[in-house]
Design a protein around this ligand. Structure first.
Ligand SMILES: Nc1ncnc2c1ncn2[C@@H]1O[C@H](COP(=O)(O)OP(=O)(O)O)[C@@H](O)[C@H]1O
Ligand SMILES: [Mg+2]
Length: 332
């Protein structure tokens, strides 16, 4: 009899990952703050979905919640998350461990948090392959070598023996990617993977990510505060502000006809759309602090299009096809 798969393939047309009403709270005893306040997100097989927003908007927490790797003191207070037909919130730790590093892989801004400093990179990749696929040592090392080649590392056989600290930041990012895709994931979560790199290396790593996701046909959740990067690689984009998705659309619609004033202001901050001689514009003001999120629309205090209703009432959702925005101005 065939073994029962941990993760079903899911019916065609159904999203690979479906998040509904995700809330994440921080705190202790009687003081809880919601950092993620009702996120909805869908990713279909093979699709690249971007999540953008300023620092503190809840992007990383959303990603960590999918992997069930939230920091201490944080918990999912409500919501639903389904991945390939599996209820992620119903899985026990053993089930989640089987998913992490196999059906789902994740890469971060800082590869040193994912890589073991005391082990050669080839061994780390081979260990993961042996754990999840049950290959022998030699076969796992051969596969690790092929993976290093896939992520664009020259002389991969030699590099198997390198320790993380012997590699440059861009190289480590490639190794972490090799580790994340070692067991044929269906979803790769990339949380600001190039933010710590200089612009040239950033472009090389982005090109590598784009190539491996085409070759492997995997879905990617690409998180960035940089709307320009997101535009280059994503099919669809979700814009987050103060713990919510405030606009969602296919990338062309978001750029050509943004409906949320926050998205419009983010777009104005992209350097190449501006006069190159002037200072780079930023959005005036700051996002609200946790525990001090204003009622009504949380962006209203910084919004150049806000009117009385915006500070009084949480906005309804404007929708045209698969383009949505939480904004009273869009609904006018
Ligand atoms: N470990 C933590 N302890 C307390 N608060 C946290 C922690 N991590 C995140 N937060 C809170 O949650 C908010 C959202 O965090 P995060 O998801 O990391 O934002 P982003 O990735 O969009 O920059 C932060 O602004 C912060 O207030
Ligand atoms: Mg983050």
């Amino acid at each position: 009899m065939a073994p029962i798969p941990v993760v079903g393939r899911g019916a065609p047309g159904k999203p690979l990952l479906e998040i509904e009403g995700l809330h994440i709270a921080f705190g202790a005893r009687d003081r809880w703050f919601e950092a993620v306040r009702g996120v909805d997100l869908r990713i279909h097989a093979g699709e690249v979905v971007g999540v953008v927003g300023e620092s503190g908007s809840g992007k990383s927490l959303t990603a960590l919640a999918i992997m069930r790797l939230l920091p201490r003191g944080a918990r999912i207070s409500s919501g639903r998350m389904r991945f390939a037909g599996t209820d992620l919130l119903a899985l026990d730790e053993r089930g989640m461990n089987r998913l992490r590093g196999s059906a789902m892989g994740m890469i971060f801004q800082d590869p040193l948090t994912a890589l073991n400093p005391a082990l050669p990179v080839g061994h780390q990749i081979a260990d993961s392959i042996r754990t999840h696929q049950g290959l022998g040592r030699a076969a796992a090392l051969a596969r690790a070598e092929a993976l290093l080649d896939l992520v664009g590392i020259a002389r991969p056989r030699e590099r198997l023996r390198a320790f993380p600290h012997e590699l440059s930041g861009g190289m480590r990012q490639r190794v972490m990617t090799a580790l994340a895709v070692a067991n044929d994931p269906r979803l790769l979560i990339a949380d600001e993977p190039t933010t710590a790199l200089d612009v040239t290396v950033q472009a090389q790593v982005m090109a590598m990510l784009d190539r491996i996701r085409r070759e492997l046909g995997i879905a990617v959740l690409f998180i960035s505060h940089n709307l320009e990067l997101v535009a280059e690689v994503c099919d669809r984009v979700a814009v987050m502000y103060a713990g919510r998705v405030v606009e969602g659309a296919v990338v062309e619609a978001l750029f050509e006809a943004p409906r949320h004033p926050y998205t419009r202001q983010l777009l104005r901050c992209i350097p190449r759309l501006n006069d190159e001689t002037g200072p780079m514009p930023t959005i005036p003001g700051l996002p609200p602090r946790l525990g001090a999120i204003p009622g009504g629309c949380p962006f209203a205090p910084r919004c150049d299009a806000a009117f009385a209703r915006c500070t009084a009432e949480a906005p309804d959702i404007w929708r045209r096809g698969d383009h949505m925005a939480r904004c009273w101005e869009a609904l006018r």
